[in-house]
Design a protein around this ligand. Structure first.
Ligand code: CP
Ligand code: NVA
Length: 331
């Protein structure tokens, strides 16, 4: 008998700002629920399990995948997404993030936000009475990490013990992937220049979690060393949103050594997959031959944003009133 999403008793309601808020079993359950929701969608059995729920989703930066997957996800769950551009809110005229979140949480059962400074999310969380989801900050991108681990699980049939190589900038996506790897027992090697290492706080969180999960977490400089024997090779832009002023310097630091191209991929396992959260910059962090080649799973990865976010929203919004469980956070 196949399990249906409606039979799963997902029961947590809290912020998701880094990924570290999830226990290993909550992380596993979210991925399991995502698989079920994906299957149900493929069978066109839309669930409408959260009728009447509204999500406020606020953007300080551009977005294609995150915006559309949240909006469509809410629609498919029977709820509604209110998409807000921060420039059009009173935030742009000085209303504080705390006050803004307090008001949004009167109208909506969850708040998602894409911000320049991670601190803004923490201030939203302080003011909000409903869960706050990080839709990307300068430091973390937990929703991307959920989709990435679902993708890896689909292609590799497991997570524990896999060798994942991150090549390039130790950025927001890398920080959340580090935590995801440590939650799931996957081994994670970051190859980056000394100056572009991941956030020390993310590394500490990952190393702490890895003590129970057995993940091996390594930070090295050589991309070649990192990809030898890898099951998964991942990269992202060398110039994230908000870093355009550093573009020339960054491209000088990363190129040509850190580009994922055919030569680098040839050092990974023959059945290794290539991943990228998108948007991609062909000729910079990845060659066209790799991202458009047979080992690339980037389109499946992008699709999985929808399924994992639906699982997250479903788990958060099924609780009565969508109230944030303050006890879990002590705030
Ligand atoms: N990967 C990702 O977050 O894409 P968008 O910037 O298009 O939302
Ligand atoms: N690291 C990139 C991810 C984009 C989805 C950025 O922050 O711009």
């Amino acid at each position: 008998m196949t399990t249906q999403a409606s039979e799963l008793g997902s029961d947590f309601s809290k912020d998701l700002l880094t990924l570290d808020e999830l226990s290993p079993s909550e992380f596993r359950s979210l991925l399991d629920l995502s698989e079920i929701l994906k299957n149900e969608r493929q069978q066109r059995k839309f669930l409408h399990q959260t009728p009447g729920s509204s999500l406020a989703i606020l953007f300080e930066k551009p977005s294609t995948r995150t915006r559309v997957s949240f909006e469509v996800g809410m629609f498919e769950l029977g709820g509604h997404a209110v998409v807000l551009n921060s420039k059009e809110l009173q935030l742009s005229r000085g209303e504080t993030p705390e006050d803004t979140a307090k008001v949004l949480s009167v109208f909506c059962q969850a708040i998602a936000a894409r911000v320049y400074s991670h601190e803004t999310l923490e201030r939203f969380s302080k003011g909000s009475n409903v869960p706050v989801i990080n839709a990307l900050s300068n430091l973390y991108h937990p929703c991307q990490a959920l989709a990435d681990f679902l993708t890896i699980k689909e292609f590799k049939k497991k997570l524990r013990g896999l060798a994942i190589a991150w090549i390039g900038d130790g950025n927001n996506v890398c920080n959340s992937l580090l935590i995801g790897a440590a939650l799931s027992g996957a081994n994670f090697t970051v190859a980056c220049p000394e100056k572009y290492r991941p956030l020390p706080e993310a590394l500490d969180k990952a190393r702490y979690l890895s003590r129970s999960s057995g993940s091996q977490i390594s930070i090295i400089e050589s991309p070649r060393e990192a990809v030898i024997g890898a099951d998964v090779v991942v990269t992202d832009t060398f110039v994230s949103m908000g870093e355009d002023g550093e573009k020339e310097e960054r491209l000088r630091e990363f190129l040509p050594e850190y580009q994922v191209n055919d030569e680098l991929m040839s050092l990974a396992k023959p059945d290794a997959i290539f991943m990228h959260c998108l948007p991609a910059h062909r000729g910079e962090e990845v060659s066209s031959s790799v991202i458009d080649g047979p080992q690339s799973v980037v389109w499946q990865e992008a699709e999985n944003r929808l399924h994992t976010q639906k699982a997250l929203l479903y788990s958060l919004l099924r609780r009565p009133k969508g109230q944030k469980d303050k006890a879990l956070f002590g705030n």
